[in-house]
Design a protein around this ligand. Structure first.
Ligand code: DX5
Ligand code: ZN
Length: 219
C-alpha cells in the first residue's frame, strides 16, 4: 500500500490543529511538515515551537522536511518537538554526514532530499545511512507548483538500490503530486506521496487518500 503524507504547508494555519486532525481522520499515513528558513529557500514557514504545539493533535508520524541552511543547529530542537523523520538537503550549507549522525543519535529517522537540478548520485555515499529518500519534483519553497518529471528516473534509481540493499528504505516524492503524477511516481518505485495543494483543496480528502493508497507498481 502506498503511504500518503499530506503537507500542512497547504493547510489553513489559523486552524492548524483541526487541519491535522482532519488529515488523520481522512486516513493519511504521515504528516509532512515543511520547514523553510528564508535562506536555503525564499520562503519562511514554521519551526520547532509550532511542531511541538500541534504534536498532540495526532499520533501519525511527523515527516519533517528541513529546507534550511546548517540544519545540524536545530536537529535536537526538532526531535524534542516530536519529529519522527528529519530530512535534510545536500544542497544546503552544513556537513551532511554529521547532521545524519546527529539525527540518528537523537533517536529520529534520517532522510535526505534532492532538488530537481541535483544529480541523484550525490546520495550514493549516504544511502546506507538513510531511512528515507525524498525526491523533489518541484523547486522547494512553495506549494502549488507544477510537477517536474525528471524526478521519475531518480525514483527508479533509488528503488533499484533499495531493492538490492535495503527494501525498508522509504522512497518519497514531493512537489506537484496529484492523482496522475502520484500514480507515475508509484509506478517508478515511490512508496510515499507527499502532497499539499491537491489534498487540502478538497472537501473530501479521505476518498483521494484512499485512491492514492491503492496505487501499486504495474504488475
Ligand atoms: C515544497 C514543499 C512541498 C509542498 C508541496 O517546497 O516541500 O512539501 O508542500 O506542495 P504541493 O503538493 O502543492 O506541490
Ligand atoms: Zn516538503
Amino acid at each position: 500500500m502506498t503511504k500518503v503524507s499530506p503537507s500542512i504547508l497547504s493547510a489553513d494555519f489559523s486552524r492548524l490543529g483541526d487541519e491535522i486532525r482532519r488529515l488523520e481522520s481522512s486516513g493519511a499515513d504521515w504528516t509532512h511538515v515543511d520547514v523553510m528558513d528564508g535562506m536555503f529557500v525564499p520562503n519562511i514557514t514554521i519551526g520547532p515551537s509550532v511542531i511541538k504545539a500541534v504534536r498532540g493533535c495526532t499520533d501519525l508520524p511527523f515527516d519533517v522536511h528541513l529546507m534550511i541552511q546548517r540544519p545540524e543547529r536545530y536537529v535536537d530542537d526538532f526531535i524534542n518537538a516530536g519529529a519522527d523523520y528529519l530530512t535534510v538537503h545536500p544542497e544546503a550549507e552544513g556537513n551532511v554526514e554529521e547532521t545524519l549522525k546527529k539525527i540518528t543519535d537523537g533517536g529520529a529517522r534520517p532522510g535526505m532530499s534532492v532538488n530537481p537540478e541535483t544529480d541523484v548520485h550525490v546520495l550514493d555515499k549516504f544511502l546506507d545511512k538513510l531511512d528515507l529518500v525524498l525526491i523533489m519534483t518541484v523547486h522547494p519553497g512553495f506549494g502549488g507548483q507544477k510537477f517536474i518529471p525528471s524526478g521519475l528516473d531518480k525514483i527508479k534509481y533509488v528503488r533499484e538500490w533499495a531493492d538490492a540493499h535495503n527494501p525498508k528504505l522509504e522512497i518519497s516524492v514531493d512537489g506537484g503530486i496529484n492523482r496522475d503524477t502520484g500514480k507515475k511516481c508509484v509506478d517508478a518505485g515511490a512508496g510515499v506521496l507527499a502532497a499539499g495543494s491537491a489534498l487540502f483543496s478538497l472537501d473530501d480528502m479521505a476518498s483521494e487518500i484512499k485512491l492514492w493508497q491503492g496505487f501499486g507498481p504495474d504488475p
